[in-house]
Design a binder for this molecule. Structure first.
Ligand code: NDP
Length: 605
């Protein structure tokens, strides 16, 4: 089906909007950066390691030698195991603090949880499994079920160890294996370790004054407490909130999904907003049977490539937008413009058109707010004044209408750069105390902060006692984003000096495939140690740095968020610090490296 360009206002005053964007950005700049956040670790908001979803079952500790331990059982860990099993490496285990496969899709069970990326791209191996998501934006429950299905089809479902927190991973050169210890008294001695710790694994809380003084109920959205709210993951009827005053902190991707449910059921809801999101409409029809019938082999890779061009590159002449949502709007509109007016003759012309389209789309989204939210002050506060892709573009049909309810108030805390204080009875915003019974933190995750904050593993030690946290203190140093010198037999899945794809599961899957290839080759050769040489790593890092596109001007113009490392333009772990030769260039480089078959740049013993 043809996906048309959107109708966006023509008469945008770019100079005036730039000034307004800058004013809104500056208002939110804090000198605290990442340090404004704390980890939920036993305070009033509970402990991130405790699982409200599934009871812990007692078991004896493991004492075991393995070929591979995969740390994590979210999509990164799942896909690594899937590829290991496909390669014939079967003596493996996933270890995860959750009670099942799924990662974020295990933990995040808040009402309304859905993937806001096209599920036909997001769920990997659809052609191999024959599974088809029931709708374009799949529910969390369906995605978690699919994770279990992948583990079952991959043959590693029963190899996982759950409710287990890895605490120490130490290379022991005497046995040429890692010793991996957990909070359940286990010792695993794997030859290889794949670190698939996740991107959104570690919830964070704003370190607000008085956060432990509040006497009511507090929890993070990634640890939703249905005992308190009523309802369940399957049926989020939050009936126990009928006599409760609730505050939710944050208006990001999570909050906009939970807010409509809270607004519907709570006696009163306060939505505490520091920076508004851009929220488009969200048509989410059931998957069309006729469309399924029409699909040809290779359709998913083709669709993922189409999504990647639309979201991260540019559409080529003759392209059509298969995804057709807010992620692809900018390039879809540019393509339509080019087809009408001719393709841009130069990069400068392309960038100028792109900038204008960006302002037009954001104006459209602001007009959308005004057309739905009746109170003009609330509507104005909800309008996003920044460039497209400064923050994750969102979609919801129910978020803005929630503010037309009598029991819902938006509390804008942009002037104080966030909520100021919690008290025994509620919260203080803009100098006024509001009494509430429950405070829900939709305040996100440690995405780009230092590794110690994100991984939740106390010690990771390589050759000669070096800690990975010190080794990467100034940012990652790797060969191909996959391995690092001094940490033999250790592999990394994530946003670490590799290629960047718009489909995170595709990106992680290819990293898992590459890791499995190296492990399989090492095992086949009877090798006990494989590790990038210092020279190969240095060469890769300097190529990586030389190719890195300079995104600092764009990021410096955005309000702070995890997209720009809370405003730190020289961030060590910025999400978008990826291979500058593009996704296809990166994949081609690794394809050639594997075809060569020599594990070039690796020291193998
Ligand atoms: P985000 O980091 O996107 O949002 C956190 C929110 O908390 C922001 O609105 C932030 O404001 C606000 N906040 C933080 N500190 C304070 C404070 N002191 N006072 C007031 N507000 C504060 O987290 P989310 O959980 O919403 O989403 C995280 C990521 O998870 C998403 O970006 C996405 O990648 C993923 N996700 C994906 C979904 C999907 O469908 N695929 C669904 C849900 C989440 P500010 O913007 O000013 O920092």
């Amino acid at each position: 089906m043809k996906c048309d360009a959107t109708l966006c206002p023509e008469d945008v005053d770019i100079a005036a909007l730039k000034a307004k964007y800058e004013q809104e950005r500056v208002k939110r700049i804090s000198d605290k950066g990442q340090s404004q956040y704390v980890r939920p670790e036993g305070g009033a908001a509970g402990d991130y390691a405790e699982d409200p979803h599934k009871p812990l079952v007692a078991r004896d500790p493991y004492d075991e030698e393995l070929d591979v331990v995969v740390v994590g059982a979210g999509f990164g860990g799942l896909l690594a195991s899937y590829h290991l099993m496909q390669a014939g490496v079967t003596n493996i285990r996933n270890i995860d603090s959750a009670g099942d496969f799924g990662g974020v899709w295990y933990w995040n069970r808040y009402p309304g949880v859905q993937c806001d990326n096209d599920a036909y791209c997001y769920l990997p191996f659809l052609e191999e499994t024959g599974f088809m998501p029931s709708k374009k934006f799949a529910d969390g429950l369906e995605i978690q079920g699919y994770c279990r299905l992948l583990a079952e089809r991959g043959g590693f479902k029963d190899k996982a160890v759950f409710h287990t927190l890895v605490q120490d991973i130490t290379w022991d050169h005497t046995i040429q294996r890692y010793r991996l210890k957990t909070n359940r008294g286990d010792e695993f001695r794997p030859r290889f370790v794949v670190m698939a710790c996740g991107v959104l694994n570690m919830p964070k809380l704003p370190g607000i004054k008085g956060i432990n003084d509040f006497k009511g109920k507090i929890f993070h959205t990634a640890r939703w407490d249905y005992d308190f709210t009523g309802g369940s993951y399957n049926n989020p009827v939050l009936d126990k909130l009928a006599d409760k005053r609730v505050a939710i902190i944050g208006t990001g991707a999570t909050a906009i999904q939970a807010v409509p449910h809270l607004g519907k059921y709570a006696k009163h809801l306060y939505v505490i907003q520091r920076t508004p999101s851009s929220v488009d409409e969200r048509p989410n029809p059931p998957t069309d049977e006729a469309w399924i019938e029409s699909l040809q082999p290779g359709w998913q890779a083709d669709r993922q490539a189409n999504f990647h061009r639309a979201a991260m590159e540019v559409f080529q002449p003759g392209d059509t937008d298969q995804i057709c949502d807010i992620w692809t709007e900018l390039n879809r509109n540019l393509l339509a413009q080019s087809e009408e007016e001719g393709f841009p003759a130069s990069m400068e012309e392309f960038l100028a058109r792109r900038e204008t389209m960006d302002f037009r789309i954001m104006s459209r989204l602001r007009e959308r707010v005004a057309s739905i939210v009746k109170d003009p002050v609330t509507a104005e506060a909800l309008k996003p004044y920044y460039n497209f892709l400064c923050k994750r573009p969102l979609s919801s049909n129910d978020f803005y209408p929630t503010f037309n309810r009598d029991n819902v108030d938006l509390i804008d805390v942009s002037e104080t750069i966030g909520l100021q204080e919690l008290t025994a009875n509620g919260f203080v915003a803009n100098g006024k105390e509001y009494e509430v019974d429950c405070i829900i933190f939709a305040s996100g995750f440690e995405v780009t902060s230092d590794l110690e904050r994100r991984w939740g593993i106390k010690h990771i030690t390589g050759r000669d006692g070096v800690s990975i946290y010190d080794h990467w203190r100034d940012g990652p140093k790797t060969l191909h984003g996959t391995m690092t010198h001094q940490f033999p037999n250790m592999f990394y899945i994530g946003y670490i000096q590799g290629g960047l794809n718009a489909s995170v599961t595709l990106q992680f899957g290819r990293q898992g495939y590459h890791s499995a290839y190296i492990i399989k080759h090492a095992l086949d050769r009877g090798a006990k140690e494989v590790e990038p040489t210092q020279t190969a790593q240095d060469d890769y890092v300097s190529q990586f740095e030389a190719l890195m596109p300079d995104l600092s001007a764009f990021q410096a113009a955005c309000p702070p968020s995890y997209f720009n490392n809370e405003g730190d333009v020289n961030a060590k772990w910025a999400l978008f610090r990826s291979w500058g030769g593009g996704w296809n260039g990166f994949e081609e480089m690794l394809d050639n490296w594997r075809k060569n078959g020599q594990l070039d740049g690796m020291s193998i013993k």
